[in-house]
Design a protein around this ligand. Structure first.
Ligand SMILES: Cc1cc2nc3c(=O)[nH]c(=O)nc-3n(C[C@H](O)[C@H](O)[C@H](O)COP(=O)(O)OP(=O)(O)OC[C@H]3O[C@@H](n4cnc5c(N)ncnc54)[C@H](O)[C@@H]3O)c2cc1C
Length: 466
C-alpha cells in the first residue's frame, strides 16, 4: 500500500459520474484516484466511434456547478427549447418543453466525458486506464484490477463504484445478506443512426428541438450535435411485429424506415451502411439497496440504471454527486472518515428519488412513443400549461418539475404529478374548458381566464399541502 492510500478515495469508472465525483471531491481537498477499464481515450480525442448524445437538464447543470465545471460544458451544448413531433405524413408540430422558454441541452456523451476527464487530469487527479476491476473485498476496502501488465491491488480509504449498470463493485454486495437487487429489461432495444449536416454545414432539421417520430409501439428521436448533424435513436421491440428481429437486413430496414419515417430516411444518404453496421442495444432498469457497505458505495448507474425516456440517467447521477457534495460542505470536515460517516444518510435520501425517476422514465416511454402524437394528449398539455400559468402554485407539469426544478426531489415530483393527474382529468372533462377549446383548439393555451374559473372549483387540498 502507498503511504497515503488510506487517506484517499478510489473511484472505479471514469464515466460521466465517476469523473464528476472525482472533480467535486478533489475540489473539496480529497485525494482521489480513478481506475477505468477502457484505454485512455484522450489520444484519439473521442470516446467510442459513434456520436451518441444526451439531454442535459438543470439537475445535471447543478451537479456540474457543484464541481465547478459548468462553463466548459455549456460551451459544447446545443439548447433544445421544445420537442418537434413528426407525423407519418411528414407534417410537424412544435411543443415547448417549459412554461417560460426553458431549454434542455443536447451534449455529446463522448465529448462531455472526455472534457470531464481532461479537467480531472488538469487538477492532478490520477487516471489509471486499462484497469478492469474484477474484485472488491468490502471488509478490508481492497480493490483488485487486471491490467495489461498484470494484477494490481489497491487499498484506499473509501471506494466509489461508478462503474455503470453492470457494476463490478456491486458484485460483492450481492453476496451479502439483505441486499435487494432487481434488473428489468425492456422488450424494446435501440439502434443509433446519424443524419449528417448538409453540404454547407447547415442542419437538415430544426436545431432548436428534440425531434420525435411517435409511432405508437415504437419511435424515432433525433438530438442535434454542434457540427450540424443529428443523432437519431430508433426504439423498437426486439421480437414484436415490426421488430428488430424481423429487420436484420438492409432491405427490410430500409422498407421499414420508408413506411414509418420517410422524411428522416430522406436525410440519411448512407442509411444502408449505418443500418448494417450499427448494433442494437438493450435497455435495462436496475434497482438495488443499500448502496453502501462499510467504506464502499455505489453511485450513478451502478446504483440506479434507468431507461432513457426522461433523459435523466446522467442527470440523476450528477445529482447523486451534488447531494453528496452538499452534505460534505454542510459537515465541513472533508476527511475520508467524514465521507464514510455521511454515506448512509446520503444513500437513504437518494434512494426514493432514484426509484421515482425509474418509474417516471418508464412511464414517459409510453408518452413519447404513443401519446404525444394524439390530439387528446396535445389538448391535455394545452390545458395543463394554461392551468399552470394561471395557478402556478397549484400545478407544475411533471416534465417541468423533473427537468427544470432541480431542487425538487424526483420522489416529490412523482407524488405531485399523481395528484395533478386527478385534477387534470377532471379539468379536461370540465364543460367550460371543453367548450372553450372545442371552439378553437389552438387558442387553448391562452385560455387562462376560463381555466382560472374551472380550477377554482376543482383545486384539491392535496395539491397545496406542500
Ligand atoms: C440510449 C441511451 C440514451 C440516454 N440518454 C440520456 C439522456 O438524454 N440524458 C441523461 O441524463 N441520461 C441518458 N442516458 C443515461 C446515461 O447514459 C447514463 O445514466 C450515464 O452514462 C451513467 O453514467 P455512469 O458514469 O454512472 O455510468 P457509465 O456511463 O456507464 O460509466 C461507467 C464507467 O465505468 C467503466 N467500467 C465499467 N466496468 C468497469 C470495471 N470492471 N472496472 C473499471 N471500470 C469499469 C466503464 O468503462 C465506464 O467508463 C441514456 C442512456 C442510454 C442507453
Amino acid at each position: 500500500m502507498n503511504s497515503n492510500e488510506a487517506e484517499s478515495v478510489a473511484i472505479v469508472g471514469a464515466g460521466l459520474v465517476g469523473s464528476l465525483l472525482a472533480l467535486g471531491l478533489k475540489r473539496r481537498g480529497y485525494a482521489v484516484a480513478i481506475y477505468e477499464r477502457r484505454p485512455d481515450p484522450r489520444a484519439k480525442g473521442v470516446i467510442g466511434g459513434r456520436s451518441i448524445n444526451l439531454a442535459l437538464s438543470d439537475r445535471g447543470l447543478l451537479g456540474l456547478a457543484a464541481a465547478g465545471v459548468t462553463d466548459a460544458v455549456e460551451r459544447v451544448a446545443v439548447p433544445m427549447p421544445g420537442r418537434r413531433m413528426h407525423a407519418k405524413d411528414g407534417t410537424t408540430v412544435f411543443m415547448p418543453y417549459g412554461l417560460a422558454g426553458e431549454a434542455i441541452r443536447s451534449v455529446s456523451r463522448g465529448g462531455l466525458n472526455l472534457k470531464l476527464m481532461e479537467l480531472c487530469a488538469e487538477v492532478g487527479i490520477p487516471l489509471h486506464f486499462d484497469h478492469a476491476c474484477d474484485d472488491v473485498d468490502l471488509a478490508s476496502t481492497t480493490l483488485r484490477f487486471t491490467t495489461p501488465t498484470g494484477k494490481v491491488t489497491v487499498q484506499p480509504g473509501a471506494i466509489a463504484g461508478a462503474d455503470g449498470a453492470f457494476s463490478a463493485v456491486r458484485r460483492p454486495f450481492m453476496r451479502l445478506d439483505r441486499f435487494d437487487y432487481s434488473q428489468d429489461y425492456l422488450p424494446h432495444g435501440y439502434k443509433e443512426l446519424t443524419i449528417p449536416a448538409g453540404t454547407d454545414g447547415a442542419s437538415l432539421l430544426d436545431r432548436q428541438a428534440l425531434h420525435i417520430w411517435p409511432r405508437s409501439a415504437f419511435m424515432l428521436i433525433a438530438l442535434p450535435n454542434l457540427d450540424g448533424s443529428f443523432t437519431c435513436t430508433l426504439f423498437l421491440g426486439f421480437d414484436s411485429e415490426p421488430g428488430f428481429a424481423g429487420l436484420d437486413d438492409v432491405t427490410s430496414g430500409r422498407a421499414f424506415f420508408a413506411e414509418h419515417f420517410g422524411d428522416a430516411l430522406a436525410l440519411m444518404p448512407d442509411f444502408d451502411e449505418q443500418w448494417a453496421q450499427n448494433p442494437v442495444a438493450s435497455l435495462v432498469t436496475v434497482r438495488c439497496s443499500p448502496w453502501v457497505r462499510q467504506r464502499t458505495f455505489l453511485i450513478g448507474d451502478a446504483s440506479h440504471a434507468i431507461v432513457p425516456f426522461f433523459g435523466q440517467g446522467m442527470n440523476a447521477g450528477f445529482e447523486d454527486c451534488r447531494v453528496l457534495f452538499d452534505a460534505l460542505d454542510a459537515d465541513g470536515r472533508h476527511t475520508v472518515d467524514a465521507l464514510v460517516d455521511l454515506l448512509p444518510a446520503w444513500s437513504q435520501a437518494r434512494k426514493p428519488d432514484a426509484d421515482a425517476i425509474a418509474t417516471l422514465a418508464l412511464e414517459n416511454f409510453v408518452e413519447m412513443r404513443d401519446k404525444v402524437g394524439s390530439p387528446a394528449f396535445r389538448f391535455r398539455k394545452a390545458v395543463e400549461a394554461a392551468f399552470a400559468r394561471a395557478c402556478p402554485d397549484d400545478i407544475t407539469p411533471a416534465y417541468t418539475m423533473v427537468t427544470f426544478r432541480p431542487r425538487l426531489g424526483y420522489a416529490e415530483a412523482l407524488r405531485r404529478s399523481r395528484a395533478q393527474d386527478v385534477v387534470l382529468d377532471e379539468l379536461c372533462a370540465h364543460h367550460r374548458v371543453k367548450a372553450f377549446v372545442e371552439g378553437d383548439a389552438d387558442a387553448a393555451a391562452d385560455a387562462d381566464a376560463a381555466f382560472q374559473a374551472a380550477a377554482a372549483s376543482l383545486r384539491p387540498a392535496a395539491l397545496t399541502s406542500t
